[in-house]
Write a protein that binds this ligand. Sequence first.
Ligand code: SAM
Length: 467
Amino acid sequence: MTRPPRRPGPKQGRRRHPATRRPVLDGARLTAYDVLDGVSSREAYANLLLPQLLRERDLDERDAAFATQLAYGTLRAQGTLDAILARLVSRPLAELDPRVLDLLRLGAYQLIDLRVPSHAAVDTTVDLTRAVVGTGASGLVNAVLRKVAAGGDRSQWLATLGGDGDERLALATNHPRWIVDAWRDALGGSSTDPAELEQALLADDAAPEVHLVARRMPRDALAEESGGEPGPWSPYAVRLHGGDPGRLPSVRSGAAAVQDEGSQLAGLLLARAPLQGRDEAWLDMCAGPGGKAGLLAAVRPGGVRLTAVDRARHRAELVRSALAGEADVEVLAADGRRPPWQPGSFDRVLLDAPCTGLGALRRRPEVRWRRTPDDVPPLVELQTGLLTSALASVRVGGVVAYVTCSPHAAETVAVADAAAERDDVEVLPVARLFPEVPGIARGDHGQLWPHRHGTDAMFMALLRRTR
Ligand SMILES: C[S@@+](CC[C@H](N)C(=O)[O-])C[C@H]1O[C@@H](n2cnc3c(N)ncnc32)[C@H](O)[C@@H]1O
């Protein structure tokens, strides 16, 4: 959505003396700025901070949509915006007042991606600068943004920035270089079709549709209530094209919930896995905040007891709320690597491991700039420890589903394949359990993709204890 500024109102076109000009701040832009500031100064998560600010400030629907577009769009495009700004600011960007840098990004995003008329984008950002930083900084913001506007839109700026193939791809798709490399690697390494890689990265950057899961109600009833359509892969999924899912009575009651269709398939993987012998005890080893545990509780056969665990006490509490009203469930705050249960206690174990989240960037716009390649090795160590414990927790003949919301090879295939080298573990092919989902096989494991499946890039491996 691109819209002209609503304020400062009727006098907008008139020339005024800067000293006497009293801007009325634009609620949408101020809210978007506050999100950027929260992300950069307090490491806030945009997907948590923005809804909170929208609620507190009671913005109307139009302003709320514009604030969302500005905040998320600016965060996603940060790498490209910074590459442009670095050409126009004489100091290194890191030496700027962080508030000024955020304001420059917000203005530049409107100019290059939304094509807001330059006077509107520049004037509103200068007003915002005066209000949140002071008049001193407004001259710099004004001058730099005028140069951004003079350089044209995104495609003109990309041509100006130049760079080699991968650098250009990173800028064009709003990803850091190392994530471009990781996605290529996951899609097939050097034999990856460049057009598919670009499509995948663009899909990873696009705002996702909202997916619902019908947990304790028929899916058709949820589709009718929400005005959405049945999802193509999960028998429980409904895809929404708009609207606020939080207002739906079924979501409020817990009969349905918001859950990416890929996450639903990850839960279903555990439920569908072939098992020999008893099927009575399921474990969700990293359950917070309880999305997959909620689905497992709903789809388990009668008589199955579900234990849901999270190391973080507050996340375990969220699981408790997600499972409220369910019988035969137990929620524990515990470290999955030092389990309070006996070895071999469970028939099925879901390990939805903590990971870089590189497959869910579309819903967490700032994460791509916060993560670095250095985050990967400690996560791999944690994932490996948790998988070892998951395999110890499952009985002989039982199954472990290892899942990440990342396609990065080190935390997916490498972790699962290392475990599969043990002489008491066998790999079960994932694609066989999802014949209705094309293009899911990643060797014997499974991989969903935003550009193929319209889901997060979830990785899934299925391992069976053989002795
Ligand atoms: C990817 S999230 C799980 C998402 C969840 N399965 C869902 O669908 O809502 C990973 C979770 O693992 C938890 N975690 C991290 N280290 C852990 C550990 N050593 N033991 C148990 N849980 C852990 C984190 O607190 C986080 O809630």
